[in-house]
Design a protein around this ligand. Structure first.
Ligand code: BTN
Length: 325
């Protein structure tokens, strides 16, 4: 963590204020260095007051996402988010992370963008990413899993998003297989998992996550208004994107650790408890192929098991689900 991020973490840990000398001691830097970091943070939009009695006190944070802020919220030892960048604009954060993967960047990197000009969703769809309204970000992972096991990561990510949204808003979204999060039947978040692998070895997995946070209804493209929602629309109040990002990265880190520890059974159980697809009659469209039947469970790799009307079990790893009851 940089000194500026440590300083921010110290200010947040002491809402009543913290003396300059304590900050110097905690960070192992001079008074001049503390002062210079405080000035940089103020320029970034943090309101920090200084008084002889209370020392430095963090009064408010900017609404823009800042890497230093997100870094200061990381727990010690967290893999997901061990490096965090925030871009003002890009085509797609998945492209940014994929480039970093090619350059051999270690796992844990997270790149956020305030807006994306070519944000993409699953099945070749575009992903609307208006400036400053949501969380648009991608994570680089290098799991020691077989390529066929990587579907587990999508289920784990969906669990992490459910928990984070629940703890920030009090609302528990439901999961629509494979990776849509819905509130009152409308989509609020999605996950795009991209993998680079050889036959038996995964080089990298990129988890691209989009969460609609603070859009008003009119800020959604017209074709999405009936099927998408934001956390602000669902709760009736604006949500701090930094608070949500902190929680999402923490929960993703926990879920990733569960997957690496081989505990997919627990992940799948939690996933199933939030999933609105299981137990229902559904049609899965996979381009030209359609499978119809009852969605029964996730298998050990995260694939959906469908029992067809002929009693056969079909194993589905991707597609679009339509409920038929
Ligand atoms: C879906 O539900 O279809 C998946 C949507 C994933 C959107 C996110 S936004 C950040 C990252 N960058 C992209 O271009 N897509 C993902």
């Amino acid at each position: 963590m940089t000194s500026a991020a440590q300083l921010l973490a110290a200010l947040r840990a002491h809402p009543e204020g913290v003396a300059g000398t304590d900050l110097c001691r905690q960070l192992g830097v001079t008074r001049a260095a503390v002062w210079s970091h405080i000035e940089t943070l103020r320029e970034g939009g943090f309101e920090i007051i200084a008084s002889p009695h209370r020392g430095y006190q963090l009064v408010s944070a900017p609404s823009a996402l800042l890497a230093v802020d997100l870094q200061s919220r990381q727990e010690k030892g967290q893999v997901v988010g061990n490096a965090i960048h925030v871009l003002a604009q890009t085509t797609s954060t998945n492209d940014e992370v994929s480039q970093a993967a090619l350059e051999n960047h270690p796992e844990g990197l997270v790149i956020f963008a305030e807006s994306q000009s070519a944000g993409r969703g699953r099945m070749g769809r575009r992903w609307s990413s208006p400036t400053g309204r949501g969380l648009w970000f991608s994570i680089l992972l290098r799991p020691s899993l077989a390529p066929s096991e990587c579907t587990q990561l999508t289920a784990a990510s969906a669990n992490a998003l459910v928990r984070a949204i629940q703890s920030i808003t009090g609302i528990t979204p439901e999961i629509k297989w494979p990776n849509d999060l819905l509130i009152n039947g409308k989509k609020v978040a999605g996950i795009l998992t991209e993998m680079s692998a050889e036959l038996e070895h995964v080089r990298s997995v990129i988890l691209g996550i989009g969460i609609d946070v603070n859009q008003t209804a009119s800020e959604f493209p017209t074709d999405l208004r009936d099927i998408a929602t934001s956390l602000k629309l669902a709760t009736g109040k604006p949500i701090s994107r930094a608070d949500l990002a902190e929680m999402v990265l923490r929960e993703l880190d926990r879920e990733y650790a569960r997957i690496l520890a081989g505990d997919f059974t627990a992940v799948a159980e939690e996933w199933a408890s939030h999933c609105s697809t299981l137990g229902k009659l559904a049609t899965i469209n996979m381009g030209t192929r359609h499978v119809r039947g009852r969605a029964e469970a996730l298998d050990e790799n995260g694939a959906l098991l469908i029992r067809t009307e002929h009693g056969r079990i079909e194993r589905i790893i991707g597609g679009e689900v339509t409920l038929t009851e």
